[in-house]
Design a protein around this ligand. Structure first.
Ligand code: F6P
Length: 328
């Protein structure tokens, strides 16, 4: 394993997710293991442009593996989308002698990393950190497993009150424009219907399905709605539509929002983060760049940034069928 690289920077970018701290910890400790200096970059590309760096060592990351969020903070940077902004960032890295980067974030962060690599021939590796699980080249992004468990717990709580009041709840979950969270928590939470962007159920079919549930003796129902799916409407308009077109239902809405992004990372996410951090640093040491580390069949593999960014993460259609059968 070549070790010409002596200084590596690590940062978190885009929407935060549980497991990012575990990944920072792994990158820093893998650098320490290989006697490479590691610099934390605060607030993603914004902090890089400002030179907001901190030297980190194995002790800097103690006690964070179980912490949600990111100790390096995160941000979305408009300035980094400009060549001037990227040139400022490059200058800051040069001033510090940082020779390579590990970017923990989503597809937007990887797009910036890929352009930066192309413009300055600067080695970059990516670790997929987003609760959406919407990145091609990995079955799991960091934070997805934790978010699923957080949301299922919330749905169980909503189920308690829905069944006490014989109510129908529309529960909106995150995922920006993919239905992975909605589909999995819908099955796990026993939802009567799951609305995802990948499959347009349509309002009439929704009402029909809810009528069937009622006729089958269900006194309360839960409909999980992915934030990217509105059948063209907001979740509140869905409520109004059902209110106006269905008798006998007392309808409520619960938008889970940003609590889905918090919480202590699950064991799965901590282990995944630790594995990905090692792979990212050791890939840089081997001279590899412009790749995202991902999990495929429980093996940590590399996917070129351009494929990770352009590729589509497919919804599990078998799971969609399971959800139909389970909601009989
Ligand atoms: O990409 C992760 C995510 O949580 C999406 O699921 C959500 O739509 C978005 O970020 C929210 O972005 P922000 O944190 O900027 O409100």
């Amino acid at each position: 394993m070549s070790n010409s690289i002596q200084k590596i920077g690590v940062m978190t970018s885009g929407g935060d997710s549980p497991g990012m701290n575990a990944a920072i910890r792994s990158v820093v400790r893998t650098c320490a293991y290989h006697n490479i200096e590691c610099y934390g970059i605060y607030r993603g590309y914004e902090g890089m442009i400002e030179g907001d760096f901190i030297e980190m060592n194995a002790r800097s990351v103690k006690g964070i593996i179980n912490k949600g969020g990111t100790i390096l903070k995160t941000a979305r940077s408009k300035e980094f989308r400009t060549k001037e902004g990227r040139a400022k960032a490059y200058k800051q890295l040069q001033n510090k002698g940082i020779e390579a980067l590990v970017v923990i974030g989503g597809d937007g962060s990887f797009t910036g990393a890929m352009i930066f690599n192309q413009e300055f021939n600067f080695p970059v590796m990516g670790i997929p950190g987003t609760i959406d699980n919407d990145i091609y080249g990995t079955t799991h992004t960091l934070g997805y497993d934790t978010a699923l468990n957080t949301v299922v717990e919330a749905i169980d709580k909503i189920r308690d009150t829905a069944s006490s009041h014989n109510r129908l709840f529309f529960v909106e979950v995150m995922g920006r424009d993919v239905g992975h969270i909605a589909l999995n928590v819908g099955v796990a939470g026993g939802a009567e219907e799951i609305l995802i962007p990948e499959e347009d159920l349509g309002l009439d079919r929704l009402v029909e399905s809810l009528r069937r549930s009622k006729k089958s003796g269900k006194s309360s129902s839960i409909v999980v709605v992915a934030e990217g799916d509105k059948i063209g409407k907001s979740v509140f308009e869905l409520k109004d539509y059902v209110d106006q077109n269905m008798e006998g239902y007392d309808v409520r809405v619960s938008v889970l929002g940003h609590m889905q992004r918090g919480g202590s990372p699950s064991c799965f996410d901590r282990v995944l983060a630790s594995r990905m951090g090692v792979k990212a640093v050791e890939s840089i040491m081997e001279g590899t760049s412009n790749y995202m580390v991902g999990l495929k069949n429980d093996i940590i593999e590399l996917t070129p940034f351009d494929q990770a960014i352009k590729g589509q993460s497919k919804i599990n259609m078998e799971l969609l069928r399971v959800s139909d059968i389970m909601s009989i």
